[in-house]
Design a protein around this ligand. Structure first.
Ligand SMILES: Nc1ncnc2c1ncn2[C@@H]1O[C@H](COP(=O)(O)OP(=O)(O)O)[C@@H](O)[C@H]1O
Ligand SMILES: [Mg+2]
Length: 366
């Protein structure tokens, strides 16, 4: 193949042959190549990904280098600075500074919804994203315990718009829980309207600041909180958490179906199967499928969404959560990897949903 001259235009042309495999479009059209400079035998540019948790970071940088070598030649030295600009839904009046709001839902309680919400939030922040965590599980808020912030009161600040609560900064995320505002026993007797107004306050009367992702830990099942949330803020999507056994799946199915109901229409980003298996540390390679096998995959297939992660049962995880030691970052390696992969998958699904949304909006306009 005849090589192109070494100019900025040629580099862009070469890069226009690199496709983002998720968004199915080339990275130049997607505006992912920025600040391109050519000097001497060096080309440098920023590769702006749609999320810092992008699982395709390495694949894409390598593809860029290859394309430049192939079209222009081996003598070019390529300097790529990987950056991220998280895409978001259209900004709305409520929480305009929050790019993506993601609900974590389940059918049953005790399946690990809060575990997934908290560890997903921490993993996204670890990748460099700005993350908030809202514990909206009015009947069993467990985020304060897991993050070791039980008993703390969110500070109140006076802004132009009036008095606002601030979330609590912990382990690189901003956290707020209904459990920090009310006594444990109080919420059990609350009825619909009280529940709804409590959630609205957590969302609108809190100064969340600028966030790439706000993760919302919902109560199990489908109820007033769910309806209020979808009516109050536009959700980027929902993640369904289940354990593998049949009883949990049956309930998870109902929870997932709710998000698909027409007036609600929240994209289901995927399914997380928690407590997928037990792998005793003293028996490397052995996996015991205590609650059955393949349940999460089955649910994901039914709804035609991806299975985002299979999280093993690990005693140390429960201990860290019960004792509020999650922020120390001392997760066992297999779990750390599982949650990092989950964060990458969730970020990727959100980026795809946002790209899809923009395409729909664009084609409606044109
Ligand atoms: N993968 C896991 N391995 C070990 N313990 C877990 C795991 N997932 C959750 N747990 C523990 O199970 C209990 C219930 O989890 P939690 O996240 O609070 O569920 P939910 O929010 O759905 O009610 C907690 O004590 C938690 O620490
Ligand atoms: Mg919970």
């Amino acid at each position: 193949m005849e090589k192109l001259p070494f100019t900025a235009e040629s580099v862009l042309r070469a890069l226009s042959y690199v496709d983002d495999p998720d968004l199915k479009k080339d990275i130049v059209s997607l505006n992912m190549v920025q600040d391109l400079h050519v000097s001497g035998n060096e080309v440098s540019f920023r590769l702006v990904l749609t999320t810092p948790a992008c699982p395709l970071k390495e694949v894409l940088t390598r593809a860029c280098e290859n394309a430049i070598r192939q079209f222009i030649g081996d003598q070019v030295s390529v300097q790529i600075k990987v950056d991220a600009e998280v895409t978001g839904r259209k900004p709305t009046a409520v929480l305009p500074q929050v790019k993506n709001i993601v609900a974590i839902a389940s059918g049953k309680g005790g399946v690990g919804k809060s575990t997934v919400a908290v560890n997903l939030a921490l993993a996204l922040a670890h990748e460099g994203a700005r993350v908030g965590l809202l514990d909206a599980d009015i009947y069993g808020p467990s985020v304060p315990t897991m993050l070791g912030i039980k008993g703390q009161r969110p500070p109140v600040v006076e802004l132009e718009a009036g008095l606002r609560m601030k979330p609590i900064p912990v382990a690189g995320i901003s956290a707020l829980s209904i459990g920090l505002l009310i006594e444990d026993a109080q919420a059990v007797v609350w009825r619909g309207p009280m529940v709804s107004s409590a959630l609205r306050q957590l969302v609108s009367d809190c100064d969340w600041g600028e966030l790439d992702y706000l993760i919302v830990d919902l109560p199990p099942g489908t109820g007033d909180i769910h309806l209020t949330l979808v009516q109050t803020v536009p959700l980027s999507g929902a993640v369904i958490v289940t354990t593998p056994q049949e009883v949990a799946l049956a309930d998870a199915r109902k929870a997932a179906a709710m998000f698909r109901i027409k007036p609600i229409s929240v994209p289901i980003l995927g399914v997380v199967e928690n407590m997928s298996f037990f792998a005793p540390p003293e028996l490397p390679g052995r996996r015991y499928y205590l609650f059955g096998k393949g349940g999460g995959k089955k649910l994901a297939d039914e709804f035609q969404v991806p299975l985002l992660a299979e999280i093993p049962m690990v005693e140390q995880l429960r201990e860290l959560e019960d004792e509020g030691n999650l922020p120390d970052g001392s997760l066992p390696e297999d779990l750390r990897r599982a949650f990092a992969e989950l964060a990458g998958e969730v970020a990727r699904q959100i980026a795809m949903q946002n790209a899809l949304l923009r395409q729909t909006v664009e084609s409606e306009v044109s």
